[in-house]
Design a protein. Structure first.
Length: 133
């Protein structure tokens, strides 16, 4: 489980029930966990270790299409593959961005340069280009 000092950024439905969240664990250097929650339950959780999280990084999370091209891209590389996991949500469920876990906990303390949300899913190639430094 994540430590109580974990920090999060999520796209959600205004609650922690339906959300896509990336957590930074303050107790473990350079350690992230990416999770998709649907109906209150965790659909997928995957850990990610960065070389140095103090450096600027471009991160993109692809979700939403059943058995799609889902995953996480960082600095132009696909680092997590969810292509065999259904990470879909009903239309327009995820309509809020929170600098926390979706219900006010795990408030993010970080420098963020830009956040973008696309109404249609980008392809893996588009995300690779978008996140290349």
């Amino acid at each position: 489980s994540l430590a109580s000092s974990a920090k999060a950024l999520s796209i959600n439905d205004g609650t922690s029930t339906n959300r896509v969240t990336i957590y930074k664990n303050a107790n473990t250097a350079n350690y992230y966990t990416c999770r998709v929650y649907r109906g209150g339950g965790s659909v997928v959780a995957q850990d990610l270790l960065l070389t140095d999280m103090t450096l600027f990084s471009k991160i993109a999370i692809l979700y939403g299409n059943a058995l799609s091209d889902g995953g996480v891209y960082i600095d132009g590389a696909r680092v997590i593959d969810w292509s065999t996991i259904d990470t879909s949500f009903t239309s327009n469920v995820l309509n809020s961005i929170s600098f926390d876990n979706g219900n006010g906990g795990d408030a993010l303390e970080a420098k963020i340069k830009q956040v973008q949300v696309f109404k249609t899913a980008l392809t893996g190639a588009e995300l690779q280009t978008l996140t290349t430094l």
